[in-house]
Structures are given as C-alpha cells and as structure tokens.
Ligand binder design. Structure first.
Ligand SMILES: NC(=O)c1ccc[n+]([C@@H]2O[C@H](COP(=O)([O-])OP(=O)(O)OC[C@H]3O[C@@H](n4cnc5c(N)ncnc54)[C@H](OP(=O)(O)O)[C@@H]3O)[C@@H](O)[C@H]2O)c1
Length: 302
C-alpha cells in the first residue's frame, strides 16, 4: 500500500510515520509542498499516485488565525478540497482531521456527528470549510474530528505545562472549558487500525467520525494531572480561573466533548483514556507517569 502523508513534521504527522514502512510511505513537509498552492498539491498527489492520502497538515495557530484568516482558510478550508478531488481522480482513500472547534460549545452533553456545527473562531470556520470541501467531492474519505492534541514534541499544552512547571511555583489555568485531551500517538494508532479495517476501497465506511481519548477534563484539571504525574505537585500550585480572566484573540468553546459512539460502533474499538495517553507521553519524555490506580477516572464512553 502506498501512503502519501502531508504535514510530516507536525505532532500527528510525526506519529503517523511510525505505522508504515519507509518503502510504502511518502512523507511531505511544508518545504516540499505548501498547501496554499493548489497546483503543488495536485502535482504531489499525481506524482505519488498513492492508495491512501493522510492529511496531518493544518494551520493550527488558533489565536493567530484571527488576524490571518486568509492563510488559515487556504490551508484548512481550500487545500483539503483539492486533495479530495485528486483522491477521487486516482481512487485513493483520503484521511483528514478536523476539530471540536467546529462547535460553539453550548450543548449540555457530548457532541455527536449529527449536531450542527457553529464555529466561533476563524480556525474552526476554516476547518469546517475543509470538511465541507471534502464532502462535496466524490472521494472515498475518512474525516476524524479530534481535540486538544498533545505529544512529546512540538508546542502543545503538555510540553508548555512541563516547561512552566520548571520555571514557576504557581500557575493559573482556565477551568470552565471541558474536553478530551488526545495524544497524537493515539490518533495515529487509531488511524492505522481503521485503515487496516476498511482497506482502501470500502466506501461504506467513508464519512465523518469523532475520535478522541476516553474521559473528559478541564484545562485546569489536565494541568494538575500533568504536574502530578510528572512529579511537580510539591513545587507548583495550579489555580483555576474562568475563561473571562484569560482573554485570548480567539473565542474557545466551553464544551468540547465529542461522543465517540459512531466511531466505536463502526470500527469496534475506542481510544484509551486521556490519562493513559498522558502517561505514555510522559514516559516517552523520560518522566514516568503515575501507575494507574484506584483513583483513576476511567471512562468507557467519551
Ligand atoms: N493541535 C490540536 O490541539 C488539535 C485539536 C483538534 C484537531 N486538530 C487537528 O489535528 C490535525 C493535526 O494537528 P497537529 O496538532 O498535529 O498540528 P501541528 O503539530 O501544528 O502540525 C501541522 C503541520 O502542518 C504543517 N503546515 C502548516 N502550514 C502549512 C502549509 N502552508 N503547507 C504545508 N504544511 C503546512 C506544519 O508545517 P511546519 O512543521 O513546517 O510548521 C506542521 O507540520 C490538524 O488537522 C488539526 O487541525 C489539532
């Protein structure tokens, strides 16, 4: 199986590369193909003529997007449609990722795939455009909405908290936004597993799925767990604050919970809990995570 990967240097792109042999994987970085260039995208796909296209590339600077909506839309909204058109032309399966930020966060429970999207920031709007651009083509696609992605590399909430925990003795973290932190490694593993399940020609599995870690937590709760599991709990205090007390250029939804029921019914498995994924990430950084014990909040549903 020939696999073409866009976004090879990102959190998810880095993890995805672990699941295919080098002779079946073509990894593309921004230098090799800028997603603002539709011709470059088409050319890259036609040259590779893959069976599977993985798009892990995206404009992910959520706050910066508020003052740079054109680039954000080109990369997140337009490029996925070009990929899907090319995927349909060469008969490839397109795997693309989207976000909880397509929702406004006002629902009481977890969002499912049939809930109406209503993004409240430029990043969310651009990601929704990308979803719709793919859906408007005849491509065979898997579209996975995920949330709060972290990994041992790159700039993300876990690496930021670990840095701040070394530098400071107190932190204030937003406690009124709830979601499911999900590791790039878990998303990559689940992606590879789904591709094995569906093969590259089973159109009936195509569609939109929510794919996040099991369990839920606020950013503040997540920060506390990072500090606790990385053994900083004695040296730092983490204080909860409201979103209003930490203004950012981009509005963020209060409720980012995504139901994974459709995913598990279709593919027969769920992702592990965010606590397990956090432990794996800390372990890979040489910071032993806590052994799972009685206090563990485990959830079979996301
Ligand atoms: N991060 C999150 O919290 C989060 C939450 C929900 C959903 N998602 C979605 O999950 C997917 C993976 O996210 P991630 O966290 O792995 O993202 P990431 O670490 O920010 O990586 C994004 C990649 O896209 C590349 N890229 C950016 N602009 C580009 C351009 N113009 N042309 C080509 N490549 C470009 C970047 O290249 P450089 O390495 O050169 O910068 C980077 O390698 C994305 O679809 C994202 O929207 C992420």
């Amino acid at each position: 199986m020939k696999v073409l990967l866009f976004g090879a240097n990102g959190q998810l792109g880095t993890e995805l590369q672990r699941f295919w042999m080098s002779d079946e994987l073509v990894s593309i970085t921004r230098n090799e193909c800028d997603l603002r260039d539709s011709f470059a995208i088409s050319r890259t796909i036609r040259n590779a003529s893959p069976q599977v296209i993985l798009n892990a590339a995206a404009y992910t600077a959520v706050d910066q997007a508020e003052s740079d909506p054109e680039n954000c839309l080109a990369i997140n909204g337009v490029a996925p449609g070009v990929m899907a058109t090319e995927a349909a032309r060469c008969g490839a399966l397109l795997v693309h990722y989207s976000t909880d930020y397509v929702f406004d966060g006002t629902k009481a429970g977890a969002y499912d795939e049939s809930d109406e999207a209503n993004p409240r920031n430029q990043y969310g709007k651009s990601k929704l455009e990308g979803e719709r651009a793919i859906q408007a083509t005849k491509a065979n696609y898997l579209l996975f909405r995920t949330s709060w992605v972290f990994s041992p590399h790159g700039k993300n909430f876990v690496t930021t908290m670990l840095r701040l925990a070394k530098e400071r003795d107190s932190l204030k973290v937003v406690d009124d936004q709830i979601g499911s932190p999900t590791s790039a490694a878990a998303i990559a593993g689940a992606t590879a597993r789904v591709i094995r399940i569906v093969g590259n020609d089973s159109k009936p599995s195509a569609g939109l799925y929510h794919m996040t870690a099991a369990g839920e937590v606020t950013w503040c709760g997540f920060a506390r767990e990072i500090c606790r599991r990385a053994h900083f709990e004695q040296t730092i205090s983490v204080t909860p604050i409201r979103s209003e007390d930490y203004p950012t250029p981009a509005h963020r939804p209060k409720n980012s919970r995504l139901s994974n029921d459709r995913f598990s019914e279709k593919f027969g498995f769920r992702l592990s809990s965010w606590q397990e994924q956090l432990d794996e990430t800390l372990s890979s950084l040489g910071l032993a995570g806590r052994p799972l014990g009685g206090q563990e909040v485990r959830s079979s549903k996301s």
